[in-house]
Design a protein around this ligand. Structure first.
Ligand SMILES: NC(=O)C1=CN([C@@H]2O[C@H](COP(=O)(O)OP(=O)(O)OC[C@H]3O[C@@H](n4cnc5c(N)ncnc54)[C@H](O)[C@@H]3O)[C@@H](O)[C@H]2O)C=CC1
Ligand SMILES: O=C([O-])CC(=O)C(=O)O
Length: 260
């Protein structure tokens, strides 16, 4: 499996190290990369033995099977359709790009026309299996997410006390916090949609972890799940689990037996 990477930040570098160096995904290798900073791109290309491209379009046109995005919501919105029409599968980190249902359906149609697949990893949360199972018979009634992070992992403002920065639905949350609340959109996609998924974002100067509390109820009963994430060393905004989940998606992509 020949992989192309967009984005050479935290998640991108973790994937390069895990796949090209540590060979954690059988038969897979990153062979091409685009990231915004060309100097950085060339350094990574040399370090991990792959080709760096000047534009995303050139990377898309190259001889690869799968594009892995680890950049921004905007990059996904701009390039996903082109990636899929070029016959490449797409693995997305910035799942917030799928907050709009019409856009989601548009891409689904493109996938069907071109025989391609979009993979959306669970990211820094869990519990998607429960939401999907309950939704299958329309038995899901309510989903809410409360995300608590230290202020420096949110808007960077220094705060003396715990402060609610946002309260509303996932659709508005990702507009205001595109680098912080992708998790609300994966929960929306598994469950009730971005307009019906409740979100609260709290900055807590005493917090050392990125925590996500998910509650849901329906005909199945109810669930409460708290994920207390350690941040990645070089980007406190991103939890380690988010990077692990992208790696896991790649590891299981073509497996014959699917778990969950
Ligand atoms: N699904 C989830 O649960 C989570 C998703 N994320 C999202 O994953 C994405 C990647 O996260 P990190 O690696 O931690 O971010 P990062 O900020 O460390 O790295 C982003 C990389 O993308 C590059 N970039 C920015 N704009 C670009 C453009 N227009 N074209 C190409 N490259 C561009 C930057 O230069 C940087 O190398 C972010 O959108 C982040 O919000 C992060 C955590 C959890
Ligand atoms: O990494 C996390 O804990 C969550 C995050 O940034 C996001 O969902 O965008």
């Amino acid at each position: 499996m020949k992989l192309g990477l967009i984005g050479g930040g935290n998640i991108g570098k973790f994937l390069l190290q895990s796949i090209n160096n540590d060979q954690l995904v059988d038969g897979a290798q990153f062979v091409g990369l685009y990231t915004r900073n060309q100097e950085k791109a060339n350094e990574l290309a040399e370090q991990y033995d792959l080709r760096s491209y000047q534009t995303i379009d050139e990377l898309i046109a190259s001889d690869i099977d799968v594009i892995v995005e680890a950049a921004t919501v905007e990059v996904v919105r701009t390039h996903a359709a082109s990636i899929l029409t070029h016959g490449k599968d797409l693995v997305v980190s910035s799942v917030g790009a799928f907050s709009d249902n019409d856009y989601f359906l548009q891409l689904e149609t493109i996938c069907k026309e071109h025989g391609t697949t979009i993979h959306l990893p669970s990211g820094a949360v869990g519990g998607l299996d429960i939401l999907k199972a309950a939704k299958a018979i329309g038995a899901l009634q309510e989903v809410a997410l409360t995300t608590t992070k230290p202020p420096h992992a949110l808007n960077g403002v220094s705060l003396e006390k715990k402060t609610v920065l946002f309260e509303g639905n996932a659709y508005e949350a990702i507009k205001q916090f595109p680098k912080n609340i992708n998790v609300s959109i994966i929960l929306s996609l598994a469950g009730l949609g971005s307009k019906e998924t409740k979100v609260k974002i709290i900055a807590d100067p005493k917090a050392s972890k990125n925590s996500h509390e998910i509650t849901a109820k329906g005909a199945f009963g109810n669930v409460k799940l708290v994920v207390e994430n350690d941040p990645m060393p070089n980007n406190p905004k991103t939890s380690y689990l988010a990077a692990l989940s992208v790696l896991s998606t790649l590891k299981h992509k073509d497996q014959s037996i699917k778990v969950g």
